[in-house]
Design a protein around this ligand. Structure first.
Ligand code: CAA
Length: 262
């Protein structure tokens, strides 16, 4: 694929990688090429030492991502249908497991696979025009990029069931009320707010941030006892870092810490 055909952009500035799904004519719908490009962009961000936080957004002012590409899905049979689901799930897992925090800047429609993409991020800020929904049952399918699993874990089974079984859309205000997003902002303030939060994260100890994310992510799959054991192990590991010494020394010396990620 030539660079001009690219459906995903990545810009890196001041420690923040902004990854943009850029297929505005199709409201940034995810075909398999776009999934692959997104995977590559996340791999780049994961292995780039300059990047501490990732912001994921959509191009234009109308859509974050309007879902998986329905034209592509309309051709699928049972076997490639399963593969399409697994391919999308792999990307969502990669985002969820990204050692660096990932903030979704939801700037419009986040439907089906677009809502699922936002759900794979660590937390979500939305513009006032954002619309969320899992409309798949209206297409004769179910959510296939993780929505049946991640939405109930985030907002509770009852609310998730209502959204999944009716396919109804909700606006940004309702998404805020049910805890699907953390903040709602005017469209022009969405990316600046995400960058401000990213900056706050970047000022902290990068290894501590990484381990805190891992504790929450891996812990959510474990029993409380196992999760607490994981937390204690990571806490112990943090204690071996120069960053911990620097963070505590700086506090005691009443100055700002200078973390090195070591
Ligand atoms: N796949 C493919 N193309 C899409 C698309 C999608 N998910 N969403 C929008 N588009 C295309 C439209 O077909 C249209 O293309 P053309 O100009 O070539 O006709 C273009 O984007 C603009 O869209 P609309 O004209 O429909 O714009 P609108 O403002 O009237 O409506 C919308 C906006 C409500 C988001 C509407 O486009 C829509 O309902 N889109 C589909 C949403 C959806 O059902 N998503 C779930 C997909 S299935 C899925 O995601 C499965 C999974 O879990 C893996």
């Amino acid at each position: 694929m030539s660079e001009t055909d690219s459906n995903v952009g990545i810009e890196i500035e001041a420690g923040i990688a902004t990854i943009t799904v850029d297929r505005p004519k199709k409201l940034n719908a995810l075909d398999n090429d776009t999934l692959e490009e997104l995977g590559e962009a996340f791999q780049d961000a994961i292995f780039d030492d300059e990047v501490g936080v990732v912001i994921l957004t959509g191009a234009g002012e109308k859509a974050f991502v309007a879902g998986a590409d329905i034209e592509m899905l309309s051709r699928q049979g049972v076997l490639d249908g399963k593969q399409n689901s697994l391919l999308g799930q792999d990307l969502m897992d990669l985002i969820e497991d990204c050692p660096k925090p990932v903030i979704a800047a939801v700037n419009g429609f986040a439907l089906g696979g677009g809502c699922e993409l936002a759900l794979a991020c660590d937390f979500r800020y939305a513009s006032e025009n954002a619309v969320f929904g899992l409309p798949e049952v209206g297409l004769g399918i179910l959510p296939g990029y993780g929505g049946t699993q991640r939405l109930p874990r985030l907002v509770g089974t009852g609310r998730a069931m209502e959204m999944i079984l009716t396919g109804a859309r909700i606006d940004a205000g309702e998404a805020l009320r049910i805890g699907l997003v953390n903040r709602v902002l005017p469209l022009g303030e969405l990316l600046p707010a995400c960058r401000e939060t990213a900056g706050a994260i970047l000022s902290k100890g990068p290894l501590a941030v990484q381990m805190a994310k891992e504790a929450v992510r891996r812990g959510s799959l474990l029993s409380l006892k196992e999760g607490l054991a994981l937390e204690a192990d990571l806490f112990g590991l943090c204690s071996a870092t120069e960053d911990m010494r620097e963070g505590m020394k700086a506090f005691l010396e009443k100055r700002k810490p200078e973390f090195k990620g070591a």
